[in-house]
Structure formats: C-alpha cells, structure tokens
Design a protein around this ligand. Structure first.
Ligand SMILES: *[C@@H]1O[C@H](CO)[C@@H](O)[C@H](O)[C@H]1NC(C)=O
Ligand SMILES: *[C@@H]1O[C@H](CO)[C@@H](O)[C@H](O)[C@H]1NC(C)=O
Length: 579
C-alpha cells in the first residue's frame, strides 16, 4: 500500500519536474519549437537497387585511424580528417599527419579542444580548404603544414554564429560554398541539435569580397555540399529531413532554391561528385525500415516533447558544466560529452542498421543504390572515388574502408580507365595497379605493431559508439523553410578568380615525398606555425611538449625497430599524443 503510494508520488513528482522543465521561462533554449514534416521514403525501381556491391569492404589502418569523416584529394593523394583534430594524408601503407587547428587534448570527450576537421576540398591550385567544426575554415599548404584562417566562426554571419561548420565545395572562381549544420548547439551536443528546430545554413564565401552570405536558412542539419560540374547549381544535404536542396546559381531560377530530391530512404551525410556529372551520396543510416524506427524523426511532430528533451539534456549538463568551470577535470568532461554527443543515446542504435550509397544524376534521379548484406556497409558518412577505389568515411569507426571501384560502380571504373577525370580527382587511377596495392596495404597494416597500440588507445580513450548508426541522423525540427524563403539576393560573386589564394603552388610530388620521408621534422616545422597563428601560450606549450615527445619516440624507435617501417610508427605515434 504505502509502496504503491510512494511510487505514485514519485510519478507525480517526475511529471511535475518535466512539466516545469518544459514550460518554465528562462531555461535555454527559449525557442518556440515547431512541427515540420519529412517526406516519407519513396519507392524506388528495384532495378536501381539496393545492390550488395559493398560487400567485403576492406578495412585499412584498423585501429590506427580514428573516425575519418570525409575526403579530399589532389595530385593523386588522398586526405581525410579524424577525431583528435588532425588532417591526414593517406598513403599506401602509411598515415601522415598534415595539420591540426585545435589544441592538445586527451580524447574525444575534449573534442571542442582537439578540433574536428569535417569537410575537405582542394582548389585548382592545390590549396586544401578544411572545415573544422570547432575552429572554422582554413586554407592549408599540405606540403608545409602552414595554414591561415579564412572564416572565423566566432563572428556572426547574418546575425548568427555558426556552431557546426561542416562541409565545403569550391567554385572555379574561388568562392566557397559551405554548410553550417546548426546555429544552436556545437557538434558535441549533437543530440540537442537534432531535436531543435532546423537552423542549418548553406553559406557562400565570396572570395573577392571576403564576405559570407547565407543562401539557404533553416535547413535540418545542413551537411554535405557539392557544386554541379557546370557550376549552374549547388546542392546541400539535410540529414534530419532525408532530403537534398538545390540552390540555383545560373539560369532563370538563379538565386532561388528548391527541393532536389526528398523522400530518401535514409539520412544523407556527405555528397561528392561522381566524376561524370552526377553525385555520390551516403545515407549514414536507413530510415525506411519499420523495425528500426528513427527516434529523432518520430519526435519531429511533437514540439513540446522535443523542447522538454532538449531542456532536460541542457539541465542535466548544467551542474557538470558548473563543476567543470570551477574544477576542470576529465570526469565531468567525459560525462558532458556522453550526455550531449550521440553516445548518450547509443543504446538506441542497432548494428543491423545499414548504410546506403546512392548515385544520383544531375537532375536528381537515383541511378543506383548500393549497400551490403554482410554487415560491411555500416556508418558510412562519405563515399569518395579515388585511385580506382570507392573509399568510405565513418565517424564511428577506427578504420578506413574501401572497395574496388570496379566492384561498386563498374561503369565508372571502366570510364575512369579511358577518360580523364573528375573534378575532385585530377589524377586518377590506375585500376589495374590498384589490386596489387590493396594487397600490400593489407599486409603492411596487418603486420604493423603500431596498430595494436593505437587500437588500445582508441578503445580506452574514446568511448566509441559501436552501433551508432541509428542514433546519429536525425530529426530536427522546425519550421519548414519552404522554398519561398530563399534569399533572392545573391549576386553572382564570381570575379574572384584572380583573387585566388596564392601560395602553395601545390605539393609537387617531390615535396610531398620529402615531406613524408621526414614526418618528424615536419612536425617540428609545424610547431612554430601553430604558435604564431594561435598566439596562445598553452598552444605553444603544447607544441613543444609534442616536439619533445616526438623526439623521445623517435629515438626510442630507432633503437627498437629496425625491421618495421619506421615511418609508419612515427606517424601513428604522433597523432596519438594528441588524441
Ligand atoms: C577568431 O577571432 C577571435 C576574436 O577576434 C580570435 O580570438 C580567434 O583567435 C580567431 N580565431 C582564429 C581561428 O583565428
Ligand atoms: C611514444 O611516446 C609516448 C609518450 O611519451 C610513450 O608512452 C610511448 O611508449 C612512445 N612510443 C614509442 C614507440 O617509443
């Protein structure tokens, strides 16, 4: 009796607390939560798929590469960005750190300190532009590691600060098209972001005027972005809303946006050119399986519920934030990260969840849908063609995946052999040679002792979301930005071609070779630069600590390992220090 009574009392109290959290004024966020809709998944001609051509994805650098998200390539070299903040160059049997914009950090629970490079894109001269979710957009000389800040995200754009700068593409005239996934919460509060009203934006950086201009607002987690081959339009993915928006740059509808494709069978992430006028889109999770409902998306029609949940998360974080301000320590940092990041709801995800890779033509028609039935196609955030392979990024795994392009898209592999190439891929591929390469990489990675070290580290330090897929993509909220709200104003920014970023005439092969032959020196030479550009004392400290470590490691290594590829070790150790 009294037991029942106290249960009843508890229920009443919990209800009251939730009601207070939901309705009390002054608690962040104050926003009016709105309902919006998601077009249900369309039916596709079974001829387009899904086809299990992603079976047997090869896992490279297993345990040594932490959550590579997306890709960029130039001069036959592939680059990616990882947890810990580094941009890496992927070589056949090696991972070479190029640059990092954040500070020294201990693990991904300090993600905001580490930095998190998401989008990468080379311009035609070989300058790498990197979008770091915490530090903004940088232009990088990949031969020297030198970088300059192009977009400082602490400055509001159109009245709002960009909280999650995400992806980028670059027009021939140097203008940058980039996405801001949210103006409400940072990447380490992804859970809240998905529950908020859509606040993502497509932004153009006018290289001539050095100004940012918002092209589309209220996107439900604006994510991947890519220009069409003829630069007549740019498309942007909306992860929470299962659709892609198109912004017209030329023609009668220039300056207007419209739906490019909606009703996708999953949550779209990065998108890249397929090299033939179309696009490769990754759907990080499928959302058309009734047995695996997407919880975020099912909450979209319930604004009060979303508001309550966001406030609940914010309220839960509050005491830890206060504690951490007064007494910074790794425990509260980890708790904060666990609450806000997708890890907090990881238990909801399902390993059966599949990723899909879609090939879409320039008119928005789906040509092919690829996946796997052996569990390989999981957590894919990016599908990128490079050197005869289709490479896969994943924000939740510690390897780099790929399959031969022949296997995934035989027609693209065939034409790659004959014709020259993609916008993104200037130097392509020798498909025949790549088979041999693969084996070599496998062998090397298998035997490297570095690997185990790395993977231990990874498993201790990074709480990784094993199953993550379902959790991540999701819903957002808000007011449907219909196409009408488009800013009509955009004036063609162009003119910028001359304004182009200067330096790096590009990493010549020679430079690059030299570069990776001496990674340690490279690291040293980077440090003064970091200091200079950040002028922060602790950064300087960090860098010199790092230097010392690298030196220690280098000498330890020399004595120790003759037989192994020293290079591999040194390099993999380096990012480790910072992870
Ligand atoms: C951005 O601007 C702020 C304030 O002016 C400055 O403190 C910060 O260092 C800048 N960030 C970068 C990456 O340059
Ligand atoms: C590299 O340095 C770290 C930190 O000093 C150390 O723990 C690790 O054992 C070193 N690795 C090698 C191979 O010397």
């Amino acid at each position: 009796m009294s037991y029942l009574k106290s249960v009843g009392t508890a229920v009443i109290y919990i209800g009251l607390i939730l009601a207070v959290i939901t309705f009390i004024p002054g608690l962040p966020p104050e926003a009016e939560f709105v309902e919006y809709n998601i077009t249900p998944p369309r039916q596709f001609d079974p001829k387009v798929g899904p086809k299990n051509r992603l079976n047997g994805i090869q896992k490279l650098f297993d345990g040594a590469i932490n959550a590579p998200e997306s890709f960029g390539s130039y001069d036959g070299q592939l680059y990616t960005g990882v947890h810990g903040g580094y941009v890496l160059r992927i070589e056949e049997d090696d991972i070479v750190p190029i640059v990092k914009f954040g500070k020294k950090c201990d693990g991904i629970w300090q993600e905001q300190k580490c930095g998190r490079p998401l989008g990468l894109k080379f311009d035609e001269k070989g300058n790498l532009y990197v979008v770091d979710a915490y530090y903004g957009i940088f232009k990088v000389n990949v031969a020297t590691g030198e970088y300059t800040n192009i977009v400082n995200v602490t400055k509001p754009i159109d009245g709002k600060v960009s909280r999650i700068p995400n992806s980028i593409d670059i027009a021939k005239n140097g203008d940058m098209y980039w996405t801001d996934s949210s103006t409400d919460f940072a990447l380490n509060d992804l859970v809240m972001t998905f529950l908020m009203n859509p606040s993502g934006r497509l932004i153009r950086y006018n290289a001539a005027k050095k100004e940012n201009e918002v092209l589309i607002r209220n996107l439900a987690f604006a994510n991947g972005v890519v220009l069409s081959d003829d630069e007549s339009f740019v498309i942007v993915t909306e992860t929470v809303r299962n659709r892609i928006m198109k912004y017209n740059l030329k023609g009668p509808k220039a300056g207007q946006h419209e739906i490019f494709i909606d009703g996708l069978p999953g949550a779209p992430d990065n998108i890249h050119s397929d090299g033939h006028g179309g696009f490769l889109l990754s759907l990080i999770v499928t959302t058309n399986n009734p047995e695996l409902p997407q919880i975020y998306q099912s909450l979209i029609p319930h604004p009060y519920l979303r508001k309550m949940l966001v406030r609940l998360f914010v309220t839960m974080e509050l005491p830890f934030k206060l504690l951490n301000d007064v007494y910074p320590n790794p425990y509260t940092e980890r708790i904060l990260h666990a609450i806000g990041s997708h890890q907090g709801i990881e238990f909801l995800s399902d390993p059966k969840q599949k990723s899909l890779v879609l090939r879409i033509d320039a008119s928005g028609n789906i040509i092919e849908i690829l996946t796997s039935d052996d569990g390989s196609a999981h957590d894919i955030s990016s599908a990128y063609i490079h050197n005869g392979f289709l490479w896969f990024g994943t924000p939740f795994k510690n390897y780099l995946g790929r399959v031969p392009l022949k296997q995934a898209f035989p027609d693209l592999a065939d034409s790659a052999k004959q014709s020259s190439h993609t916008r993104s891929e200037k130097h392509s591929s020798n498909v025949a040679a790549s088979g041999a390469k693969t084996e070599r990489v496998k062998r090397d990675t298998g035997s490297t002792t570095v690997k185990p070290i790395e993977s231990n580290r990874a498993s201790q330090t990074t709480p990784k979301p094993t199953a993550a897929p379902t959790t991540t993509p999701k819903p957002k909220t808000t007011a449907a930005p219909k196409s009408s709200s488009v800013p009509k104003t955009d004036k063609p920014t162009a003119t910028a071609s001359n304004v182009k970023p200067s330096e790096t005439k590009s990493s010549t092969n020679a430079e690059v070779k030299k570069d990776n032959a001496k990674p340690v020196d490279d690291a040293k030479s980077n440090s003064p630069k970091f200091e200079k550009s950040n002028k922060k004392e602790d950064t300087a400290k960090t860098q010199s600590e790092k230097k010392v470590k690298v030196e220690q490691n280098a000498s330890a290594k020399q004595t120790e390992q003759k037989s192994q590829s020293e290079k591999v070790k040194r390099e993999t150790n380096r990012p480790k220090d910072d992870l």
